[in-house]
Ligand binder design. Structure first.
Ligand code: ZN
Length: 178
């Protein structure tokens, strides 16, 4: 575990960069990378809003791209890094695509498939067992998500105020007390 730590951090920082790309596009900031033989073979950020598709999570897109790159759907030998605990859908895809190892950052209390909502990947599975490391750069990931939802709440509040005052926004009114 210890020997992987520096590598895990290095690749997670790239997943976090992808999460920041998502943030910039107004997407929930989650990023993922797939590493094979110590090299990045795919990366993706959350694309649900842009593609109008609820399945376009960073992990799923990174898995699809890795399979295209390796020209095989079995991602044996691969490690998936994602800034947020995979949801139940992505956890299922990780098992089905035979990813060897999963490394993730923050916990996703609403949708997490590694125990937060349901524990999918740690159950005894007849075909595949995923090795899991959690909590890598979790604070940075959680901070990014908090900032994103804070901004979004602020925008919503501003829109509401805008509606009431006929589209004119008073800057001081945008302050969020929460
Ligand atoms: Zn997901």
């Amino acid at each position: 575990m210890y020997t992987n730590f520096m590598n895990d951090k290095k690749f997670m920082e790239i997943a976090l960069k992808q999460a920041k790309v998502a943030f910039g596009k107004g997407e929930v900031p989650v990023g993922a990378v797939v590493v094979y033989e110590n090299k990045i073979i795919s990366m993706a950020c959350n694309g649900v809003e842009e593609r109008k598709d609820a399945t376009c999570h960073a992990e799923l897109m990174a898995i699809r791209r890795a399979a295209l790159f390796l020209k095989r759907w079995r991602l044996t030998g691969c490690t998936l890094y994602t800034s947020l605990e995979p949801c139940v859908m992505c956890a299922g895809a990780i098992i089905l695509s035979r990813v060897d190892r999963l490394v993730y950052g923050a916990k996703d209390l609403r949708h997490g498939g590694d125990g937060s909502l349901i524990s999918l990947m740690r159950e005894k599975h007849p075909i595949h067992k995923v090795e899991i490391t959690s909590g890598v750069c979790d604070e940075e990931s959680a901070k990014l998500l908090r900032e994103f939802f804070y901004e979004r709440r602020k925008e919503k509040d501003l829109r509401r105020i805008g509606d009431i005052s006929g589209g004119k926004i008073d800057e001081d009114c945008g302050k969020d007390s929460s």
